[in-house]
Design a protein around this ligand. Structure first.
Ligand SMILES: C[S@@+](CC[C@H](N)C(=O)[O-])C[C@H]1O[C@@H](n2cnc3c(N)ncnc32)[C@H](O)[C@@H]1O
Length: 218
């Protein structure tokens, strides 16, 4: 059972993100990527079957979903706490939305996400770094660990130690590969890792680390 302060926190978080997506066009969002090349390169290197289930957590309005459909992936899940963001993807995709299950849910207090079968790939770009509270980080990694199959992959792209200290007006936790590896634990092997400078629509740079892990045991 949720206490009223928890419900308020969740509503605040939801309205923060809904407000961002409501008042700003996708192409003007500070985290907008014209192409999701670094993610696509990592996903290609996994050599997944086109029917593999790819869960994009905190998808927002990312074009990654469109790019994966163009690559003929047919079993996608787009999750976000913001219903406005997911509605924008749905509208943009038109009939291609049949390849995507949309799940509005809070990664930190999941309900519908708890019900999905384990996935072949968990993809997160620019979501984990918003979880600055230790309990929230624990909740995020607990969910990830229950939702990635044996032999499945995890891509986490997050601000690196040179990265910004805020995004969307919120404080962030920055990571290096040792910190992410530690959180995932011994059941996940690091396969690839690189630093990446992202230039946002205003031309400002943001330093990311991209990591790809494979689950070797449960
Ligand atoms: C900076 S945006 C990145 C969006 C997308 N991944 C991209 O690369 O364009 C962060 C996203 O995380 C979502 N988000 C933040 N907290 C969340 C939570 N607790 N559960 C689910 N989504 C969340 C936000 O709504 C937002 O869409």
């Amino acid at each position: 059972m949720k206490f009223s302060s928890e419900i308020m926190e969740e509503l605040d978080l939801k309205s923060h993100w809904n407000n961002a997506y409501d008042k700003t066009k996708t192409k003007n969002l500070g985290w907008f990527e014209e192409t999701c090349a670094p993610s696509i390169d990592l996903i290609n290197s996994c050599h997944l079957n086109k029917k593999s289930c790819i869960l994009n957590v905190g998808a927002g309005t990312t074009l990654l979903i469109d790019e994966l459909i163009a690559l003929q992936y047919t079993n996608l899940i787009a999750n976000d706490i913001s219903n406005i963001a997911l509605d924008k993807i749905k509208k943009r995709l038109g009939s291609n939305k049949k390849h995507v299950k949309f799940i509005i849910d809070n990664l930190l207090k999941p309900s519908s996400l708890n019900l999905i079968n384990p996935v072949d790939l968990w993809h997160d770009r620019a979501v984990l770094h918003f979880f600055t509270d230790k309990e929230d980080q624990k909740a995020y990694f607990n969910l990830l660990k229950t939702k990635v199959k044996l032999g499945g992959y995890v891509i986490i792209a997050t601000f690196n130690l040179e990265g910004a200290i805020q995004c969307s007006g919120l404080p962030v936790q920055r990571y290096n590969k040792a910190m992410i590896s530690k959180r995932l634990g011994k059941n996940f092997n690091l396969i690839k890792c690189f630093d990446y400078t992202f230039y946002n629509p205003s031309g400002d740079s943001r330093e990311y680390i991209y990591t790809l892990f494979k689950r070797n045991s449960m």
